[in-house]
Design a protein around this ligand. Sequence first.
Ligand SMILES: O=C[C@H](O)COP(=O)(O)O
Length: 338
Amino acid sequence: MKTQTDVQTSEGALVPTAAGHAEAGRNPGMSLDVAMFEGHRVNRSAAERRCATLTSRRSVKKAHQAAWLVNAVRCVDLTTLAGDDTGARVQRLCAKARQPIAPHIVQGLGLDPEGLRVGAVCVYPTMVPHAVRALEGTGIPVASVATGFPAGLMPLHLRLEEIRWAVAQGAGEIDIVISRELALTHNWQGLHDEIAAMREACGEAHMKAILATGELETLNTVYAASMVAMQAGADFIKTSTGKESVNATLPVSLTMLRALRDYGMSTGHRIGFKPAGGMKQAKEALAWQILMKEELGRDWLNPDLFRFGASSMLGDIERQLEHYVTGRYADSSRHALA
Ligand SMILES: O=C[C@H](O)COP(=O)(O)O
Protein backbone atom coordinates (compact mmCIF):
# COMPACT_ATOMS: atom_id res chain seq x y z
CA MET A 1 0.00 0.00 0.00
CA LYS A 2 0.98 3.60 -0.12
CA THR A 3 2.46 5.04 3.03
CA GLN A 4 1.01 7.76 5.15
CA THR A 5 3.29 10.28 3.51
CA ASP A 6 1.57 9.81 0.16
CA VAL A 7 -1.30 11.98 1.24
CA GLN A 8 0.95 14.56 2.81
CA THR A 9 3.01 15.25 -0.27
CA SER A 10 3.03 18.92 -1.06
CA GLU A 11 1.76 20.09 -4.43
CA GLY A 12 3.29 23.47 -3.81
CA ALA A 13 1.98 26.68 -2.36
CA LEU A 14 -1.78 26.60 -2.38
CA VAL A 15 -2.62 29.91 -0.83
CA PRO A 16 -0.59 32.48 -2.70
CA THR A 17 -0.66 36.06 -1.50
CA ALA A 18 -1.59 38.84 -3.83
CA ALA A 19 2.15 39.04 -4.48
CA GLY A 20 2.15 35.39 -5.50
CA HIS A 21 3.89 33.70 -2.59
CA ALA A 22 2.77 31.90 0.52
CA GLU A 23 4.01 32.97 3.92
CA ALA A 24 4.76 30.60 6.74
CA GLY A 25 4.08 31.36 10.39
CA ARG A 26 1.17 31.86 12.69
CA ASN A 27 -1.75 34.06 11.72
CA PRO A 28 -1.19 37.35 13.57
CA GLY A 29 -4.71 38.59 12.83
CA MET A 30 -5.59 42.11 11.75
CA SER A 31 -8.07 44.87 12.50
CA LEU A 32 -11.68 44.20 11.62
CA ASP A 33 -12.23 44.70 7.90
CA VAL A 34 -15.91 44.24 7.08
CA ALA A 35 -15.22 44.83 3.40
CA MET A 36 -13.73 41.33 3.30
CA PHE A 37 -17.13 39.72 4.02
CA GLU A 38 -20.02 42.20 3.92
CA GLY A 39 -21.96 41.72 0.74
CA HIS A 40 -20.58 38.20 0.29
CA ARG A 41 -23.48 35.89 -0.52
CA VAL A 42 -23.30 32.11 -0.25
CA ASN A 43 -25.51 30.17 -2.65
CA ARG A 44 -26.83 27.42 -0.36
CA SER A 45 -28.28 25.22 -3.09
CA ALA A 46 -25.06 25.41 -5.12
CA ALA A 47 -23.06 24.48 -2.00
CA GLU A 48 -25.40 21.56 -1.29
CA ARG A 49 -25.20 20.35 -4.89
CA ARG A 50 -21.41 20.46 -4.88
CA CYS A 51 -21.22 18.49 -1.63
CA ALA A 52 -23.84 15.92 -2.66
CA THR A 53 -21.66 14.67 -5.49
CA LEU A 54 -18.32 14.97 -3.74
CA THR A 55 -17.78 11.29 -2.96
CA SER A 56 -19.52 9.95 -6.08
CA ARG A 57 -17.36 11.99 -8.45
CA ARG A 58 -14.19 10.89 -6.70
CA SER A 59 -14.01 7.47 -5.14
CA VAL A 60 -11.01 6.38 -3.12
CA LYS A 61 -10.45 2.64 -3.17
CA LYS A 62 -8.29 -0.07 -1.66
CA ALA A 63 -4.67 0.99 -0.94
CA HIS A 64 -5.51 4.64 -1.59
CA GLN A 65 -8.44 4.42 0.78
CA ALA A 66 -6.28 2.81 3.46
CA ALA A 67 -3.68 5.58 3.06
CA TRP A 68 -6.36 8.25 3.39
CA LEU A 69 -7.76 6.56 6.49
CA VAL A 70 -4.31 6.39 8.06
CA ASN A 71 -3.97 10.08 7.35
CA ALA A 72 -7.33 10.70 9.01
CA VAL A 73 -6.02 9.01 12.15
CA ARG A 74 -3.11 11.47 12.21
CA CYS A 75 -5.59 14.33 12.00
CA VAL A 76 -8.04 13.22 14.70
CA ASP A 77 -8.45 15.31 17.83
CA LEU A 78 -9.43 12.39 19.99
CA THR A 79 -12.05 13.86 22.25
CA THR A 80 -13.97 13.28 25.43
CA LEU A 81 -16.24 16.10 26.55
CA ALA A 82 -18.74 14.50 28.86
CA GLY A 83 -20.05 15.55 32.24
CA ASP A 84 -18.97 12.22 33.72
CA ASP A 85 -15.36 12.36 32.44
CA THR A 86 -12.83 11.08 34.96
CA GLY A 87 -9.06 10.88 35.17
CA ALA A 88 -9.29 7.17 34.42
CA ARG A 89 -11.31 7.76 31.24
CA VAL A 90 -8.86 10.41 30.08
CA GLN A 91 -5.97 8.04 30.72
CA ARG A 92 -7.64 5.35 28.59
CA LEU A 93 -8.23 7.90 25.84
CA CYS A 94 -4.58 8.94 25.96
CA ALA A 95 -3.48 5.31 25.72
CA LYS A 96 -5.59 5.12 22.55
CA ALA A 97 -4.05 8.37 21.30
CA ARG A 98 -0.57 6.86 21.68
CA GLN A 99 -1.57 3.73 19.80
CA PRO A 100 -4.71 4.63 17.83
CA ILE A 101 -4.67 1.52 15.63
CA ALA A 102 -3.84 -2.00 16.85
CA PRO A 103 -0.19 -2.89 16.13
CA HIS A 104 -1.04 -5.94 13.96
CA ILE A 105 -3.10 -3.70 11.66
CA VAL A 106 -0.41 -1.03 11.47
CA GLN A 107 2.21 -3.69 10.72
CA GLY A 108 -0.09 -5.20 8.10
CA LEU A 109 -0.17 -1.80 6.44
CA GLY A 110 3.63 -1.79 6.30
CA LEU A 111 3.90 1.12 8.73
CA ASP A 112 5.84 1.64 11.94
CA PRO A 113 3.42 1.14 14.87
CA GLU A 114 5.44 3.63 16.91
CA GLY A 115 5.04 6.29 14.25
CA LEU A 116 1.26 6.59 14.16
CA ARG A 117 -0.31 9.10 16.54
CA VAL A 118 -3.47 11.19 16.61
CA GLY A 119 -3.40 14.98 16.13
CA ALA A 120 -4.29 15.84 19.75
CA VAL A 121 -6.36 14.77 22.73
CA CYS A 122 -9.18 17.20 23.48
CA VAL A 123 -10.69 17.47 26.97
CA TYR A 124 -12.37 19.84 29.42
CA PRO A 125 -9.98 22.13 31.37
CA THR A 126 -10.04 20.18 34.64
CA MET A 127 -9.03 17.04 32.71
CA VAL A 128 -5.95 18.72 31.19
CA PRO A 129 -3.53 17.69 33.98
CA HIS A 130 -4.55 14.03 33.57
CA ALA A 131 -3.99 14.21 29.81
CA VAL A 132 -0.68 16.05 30.13
CA ARG A 133 0.65 13.37 32.48
CA ALA A 134 -0.61 10.51 30.32
CA LEU A 135 0.89 11.97 27.14
CA GLU A 136 4.24 13.02 28.56
CA GLY A 137 7.07 12.36 26.14
CA THR A 138 4.80 11.55 23.19
CA GLY A 139 4.70 14.96 21.56
CA ILE A 140 0.90 14.65 21.28
CA PRO A 141 -0.59 18.03 22.20
CA VAL A 142 -3.36 18.39 24.74
CA ALA A 143 -6.21 20.55 23.51
CA SER A 144 -8.75 22.00 25.89
CA VAL A 145 -12.11 23.55 25.26
CA ALA A 146 -12.53 26.81 27.17
CA THR A 147 -14.56 30.04 27.35
CA GLY A 148 -17.61 28.49 28.95
CA PHE A 149 -17.85 25.63 26.43
CA PRO A 150 -20.26 24.80 24.90
CA ALA A 151 -22.59 27.84 25.19
CA GLY A 152 -19.99 30.49 26.01
CA LEU A 153 -22.48 32.41 28.12
CA MET A 154 -20.12 33.55 30.84
CA PRO A 155 -18.67 36.99 31.57
CA LEU A 156 -15.72 37.66 29.29
CA HIS A 157 -13.18 38.06 32.11
CA LEU A 158 -14.08 34.56 33.38
CA ARG A 159 -13.81 33.10 29.88
CA LEU A 160 -10.36 34.65 29.49
CA GLU A 161 -9.33 33.38 32.91
CA GLU A 162 -10.45 29.89 31.93
CA ILE A 163 -8.17 30.02 28.88
CA ARG A 164 -5.21 31.17 30.97
CA TRP A 165 -5.88 28.43 33.54
CA ALA A 166 -6.02 25.67 30.91
CA VAL A 167 -2.80 26.94 29.31
CA ALA A 168 -1.11 27.02 32.73
CA GLN A 169 -2.11 23.37 33.21
CA GLY A 170 -0.27 22.47 30.01
CA ALA A 171 -2.83 22.76 27.20
CA GLY A 172 -1.03 23.52 23.95
CA GLU A 173 -4.22 24.17 22.03
CA ILE A 174 -7.38 25.96 23.12
CA ASP A 175 -10.75 25.45 21.44
CA ILE A 176 -12.74 28.61 22.21
CA VAL A 177 -16.44 29.11 21.49
CA ILE A 178 -17.64 32.35 19.95
CA SER A 179 -20.58 34.38 21.29
CA ARG A 180 -23.37 33.35 18.96
CA GLU A 181 -25.35 36.46 19.92
CA LEU A 182 -22.64 38.75 18.57
CA ALA A 183 -22.64 36.86 15.27
CA LEU A 184 -26.43 36.65 15.02
CA THR A 185 -26.78 40.41 15.61
CA HIS A 186 -23.90 41.11 13.22
CA ASN A 187 -21.95 42.89 15.95
CA TRP A 188 -18.73 42.16 14.10
CA GLN A 189 -16.58 44.61 16.05
CA GLY A 190 -17.74 43.09 19.33
CA LEU A 191 -17.06 39.59 18.04
CA HIS A 192 -13.64 40.56 16.72
CA ASP A 193 -12.65 42.19 20.03
CA GLU A 194 -13.71 39.18 22.08
CA ILE A 195 -11.89 36.67 19.91
CA ALA A 196 -8.77 38.87 19.75
CA ALA A 197 -8.75 39.01 23.58
CA MET A 198 -9.05 35.22 23.65
CA ARG A 199 -6.16 34.87 21.25
CA GLU A 200 -4.07 37.08 23.51
CA ALA A 201 -5.03 34.98 26.54
CA CYS A 202 -3.91 31.84 24.63
CA GLY A 203 -0.37 33.16 24.33
CA GLU A 204 1.73 30.48 22.61
CA ALA A 205 -1.14 27.97 22.68
CA HIS A 206 -2.83 27.65 19.31
CA MET A 207 -6.41 28.83 19.19
CA LYS A 208 -9.25 27.08 17.39
CA ALA A 209 -12.37 29.21 17.10
CA ILE A 210 -15.58 27.17 17.30
CA LEU A 211 -18.35 28.92 15.40
CA ALA A 212 -21.20 26.59 16.45
CA THR A 213 -22.48 26.87 12.89
CA GLY A 214 -25.68 24.94 13.65
CA GLU A 215 -26.78 28.01 15.61
CA LEU A 216 -25.75 30.70 13.11
CA GLU A 217 -28.88 30.48 10.93
CA THR A 218 -27.42 31.28 7.51
CA LEU A 219 -24.35 30.40 5.47
CA ASN A 220 -23.75 34.13 4.96
CA THR A 221 -23.36 34.48 8.74
CA VAL A 222 -21.08 31.41 8.78
CA TYR A 223 -18.87 33.03 6.12
CA ALA A 224 -18.77 36.36 7.96
CA ALA A 225 -18.07 34.79 11.37
CA SER A 226 -15.29 32.68 9.84
CA MET A 227 -13.69 35.79 8.41
CA VAL A 228 -14.01 37.73 11.69
CA ALA A 229 -12.44 34.85 13.66
CA MET A 230 -9.48 34.76 11.26
CA GLN A 231 -9.12 38.56 11.36
CA ALA A 232 -9.03 38.26 15.17
CA GLY A 233 -6.11 35.82 14.94
CA ALA A 234 -7.63 32.32 14.99
CA ASP A 235 -5.15 29.58 14.06
CA PHE A 236 -8.02 27.23 13.16
CA ILE A 237 -11.70 27.68 12.53
CA LYS A 238 -13.90 24.85 13.77
CA THR A 239 -17.49 24.09 12.88
CA SER A 240 -19.16 22.90 16.07
CA THR A 241 -18.95 21.98 19.72
CA GLY A 242 -20.55 18.58 19.16
CA LYS A 243 -23.40 19.76 21.41
CA GLU A 244 -25.54 21.65 18.87
CA SER A 245 -28.46 19.85 17.29
CA VAL A 246 -26.73 20.22 13.90
CA ASN A 247 -22.96 19.81 13.95
CA ALA A 248 -20.44 19.43 11.11
CA THR A 249 -21.98 19.32 7.64
CA LEU A 250 -20.26 19.43 4.26
CA PRO A 251 -22.03 22.59 2.95
CA VAL A 252 -21.10 24.52 6.11
CA SER A 253 -17.54 23.20 5.80
CA LEU A 254 -17.40 24.28 2.16
CA THR A 255 -18.50 27.78 3.18
CA MET A 256 -15.82 27.97 5.88
CA LEU A 257 -13.15 26.67 3.50
CA ARG A 258 -14.04 29.33 0.94
CA ALA A 259 -13.68 31.98 3.67
CA LEU A 260 -10.36 30.43 4.69
CA ARG A 261 -9.17 30.46 1.09
CA ASP A 262 -10.28 34.08 0.59
CA TYR A 263 -8.52 35.11 3.80
CA GLY A 264 -5.37 33.36 2.62
CA MET A 265 -5.53 35.08 -0.77
CA SER A 266 -5.75 38.48 0.94
CA THR A 267 -3.24 37.98 3.74
CA GLY A 268 -0.99 35.05 2.80
CA HIS A 269 -1.79 33.25 6.05
CA ARG A 270 -2.79 29.61 6.18
CA ILE A 271 -5.53 28.88 8.67
CA GLY A 272 -6.45 25.38 9.79
CA PHE A 273 -9.89 23.80 9.61
CA LYS A 274 -11.58 21.46 12.07
CA PRO A 275 -14.96 19.91 11.35
CA ALA A 276 -16.35 18.49 14.59
CA GLY A 277 -19.36 16.86 16.08
CA GLY A 278 -21.37 13.82 15.09
CA MET A 279 -18.71 12.29 12.82
CA LYS A 280 -18.69 8.55 13.42
CA GLN A 281 -17.80 6.75 10.21
CA ALA A 282 -14.70 6.18 8.14
CA LYS A 283 -16.56 7.28 5.02
CA GLU A 284 -17.03 10.72 6.63
CA ALA A 285 -13.27 10.90 7.16
CA LEU A 286 -12.86 10.26 3.42
CA ALA A 287 -15.53 12.77 2.37
CA TRP A 288 -13.99 15.60 4.40
CA GLN A 289 -10.51 14.85 3.13
CA ILE A 290 -11.77 14.90 -0.45
CA LEU A 291 -13.38 18.27 0.24
CA MET A 292 -10.12 19.60 1.72
CA LYS A 293 -8.08 18.35 -1.20
CA GLU A 294 -10.46 19.70 -3.83
CA GLU A 295 -10.84 23.10 -2.18
CA LEU A 296 -7.35 23.72 -0.80
CA GLY A 297 -5.04 21.01 -2.10
CA ARG A 298 -2.94 18.30 -0.48
CA ASP A 299 -1.03 20.75 1.71
CA TRP A 300 -4.05 20.94 3.98
CA LEU A 301 -4.18 17.18 4.57
CA ASN A 302 -1.91 17.28 7.56
CA PRO A 303 -2.50 17.87 11.27
CA ASP A 304 -0.96 21.35 11.21
CA LEU A 305 -3.86 22.52 9.06
CA PHE A 306 -6.61 19.96 9.44
CA ARG A 307 -8.19 18.12 12.34
CA PHE A 308 -11.31 16.07 12.84
CA GLY A 309 -13.00 16.70 16.20
CA ALA A 310 -14.45 13.32 17.04
CA SER A 311 -15.11 11.18 20.07
CA SER A 312 -16.27 8.11 18.18
CA MET A 313 -14.92 7.95 14.62
CA LEU A 314 -11.63 6.18 15.28
CA GLY A 315 -13.34 2.86 15.99
CA ASP A 316 -14.82 2.65 12.49
CA ILE A 317 -11.58 3.77 10.85
CA GLU A 318 -9.73 0.99 12.69
CA ARG A 319 -12.39 -1.49 11.63
CA GLN A 320 -12.07 -0.52 7.95
CA LEU A 321 -8.28 -0.71 8.13
CA GLU A 322 -8.48 -4.15 9.71
CA HIS A 323 -10.73 -5.24 6.86
CA TYR A 324 -8.20 -3.92 4.36
CA VAL A 325 -5.38 -5.85 6.05
CA THR A 326 -7.16 -9.12 6.89
CA GLY A 327 -10.10 -9.22 4.48
CA ARG A 328 -12.48 -9.59 7.44
CA TYR A 329 -14.55 -7.25 9.56
CA ALA A 330 -14.02 -7.64 13.28
CA ASP A 331 -17.03 -7.17 15.51
CA SER A 332 -17.46 -3.42 16.08
CA SER A 333 -17.30 -3.98 19.87
CA ARG A 334 -13.61 -4.82 19.41
CA HIS A 335 -13.03 -1.24 18.27
CA ALA A 336 -15.48 0.34 20.65
CA LEU A 337 -13.26 2.97 22.24
CA ALA A 338 -13.31 6.26 20.42
O1 LIG B 1 -14.78 18.85 19.37
C1 LIG B 1 -15.21 17.74 19.27
C2 LIG B 1 -16.60 17.37 19.45
O2 LIG B 1 -17.10 17.80 20.67
C3 LIG B 1 -16.78 15.91 19.31
O3 LIG B 1 -18.11 15.64 19.06
P1 LIG B 1 -18.64 14.14 18.99
O4 LIG B 1 -18.64 13.65 20.41
O5 LIG B 1 -20.01 14.26 18.42
O6 LIG B 1 -17.71 13.35 18.14
